[in-house]
Ligand binder design. Structure first.
Ligand code: SAH
Length: 257
């Protein structure tokens, strides 16, 4: 059987995001890893050197992916239109995020790609992803490597995930269940959720929820809760309506007090 390069349209909604890559050779090797697995979409967030000859040399024939790669300044930009974002970390349980192994992660990513854009995010060679960057992710992925030596080369980690994505895409038959949701019930995009989180943060300040404590821990837990719930666009609008009323009441009370 002749397996096409892109077995199913879901592959077209999967993007690999490399954040702050230091060695251009790793960008090339990651492009090659993707192309061998039938994936094509690469986004580079603030690479240290790109375009670079070394990247094209290491791509070894996957230079079409490099030429088409998007380059943006921040991870938030790279995933703004995504409905599901997975962050790959070399250290297990580093963050308070649900953590998957590659197989589960790939199944989840492919399922989510049936009706929205999905990103798999990889960090810098030296320092990985920052906590702020991981907070933009719905869940973390850790390759269960030797716990005493768990950090794979960046392109090798991309290869493991790309392979699992390919297997998950092949498994995905029959193709995605018919989507009988109302269009308004599409899961909210990342940008919509970030808008909601910003308003939630403001509201908590305005109703004096933190009472002198630092807001970080509560916001982290709330973010985790809402990211896990994967609210629809309509639900995010409803939540924002609730917040707007709470803000209005807080301002009235302030005026009276
Ligand atoms: N020194 C860094 C390792 C970075 S390796 C750290 O301790 O975080 C570069 C990137 O490859 C990581 O950010 C991650 O995205 C990916 N990676 C490496 N090993 C991995 C593993 N075992 N599981 C998942 N991702 C891994």
């Amino acid at each position: 059987m002749n397996t096409p390069a892109f077995p199913l349209p879901a592959a077209a909604r999967l993007r690999i995001v490399l954040v702050g890559t230091q060695h251009p050779g790793n960008i090339g090797a990651a492009a090659r890893a993707l192309k061998t697995m039938g994936l094509a979409r690469l986004v580079l967030v603030a690479p240290e050197q790109f375009p670079a000859d070394e990247a094209f040399r290491r791509a070894a024939g996957a230079d079409d992916l490099l030429a088409a790669a998007g380059v943006v300044a921040t991870l938030a930009e790279a995933v703004a239109d995504c409905r599901y974002v997975l962050g790959c970390t070399a250290r297990s349980r580093r963050v308070q995020l649900e953590e998957f192994e590659p197989r589960q992660a790939a199944a989840q990513a492919v399922a989510m790609a049936a009706d929205g854009e999905v990103a798999l995010v990889f960090g810098r060679e030296r320092t990985g992803l920052t906590n702020e960057e991981l907070q933009l992710c719905h869940a973390a992925v850790h390759i269960p490597a030797n716990p005493e030596y768990s950090s794979l080369n960046l392109a090798a980690a991309v290869q493991v995930l790309a392979y699992e994505l390919r297997l998950a895409l092949r498994e995905q038959s029959p193709p995605a269940a018919p989507d009988n949701r109302h269009p308004d019930e599409a899961p909210a995009s990342h940008a919509q959720l970030e808008g909601f989180f910003a308003q939630l943060g403001q509201t908590l300040d305005e109703i004096d929820f933190h009472k002198g404590r630092t807001p970080d821990s509560a916001m982290r837990k709330l973010r985790r809760l809402f990211l896990r719930a994967q609210p629809s666009e309509q639900e995010v609008r409803l939540l924002r309506g609730v917040l707007a009323d709470a803000q209005r009441m807080a301002r009235l009370a302030e005026g009276r007090g």
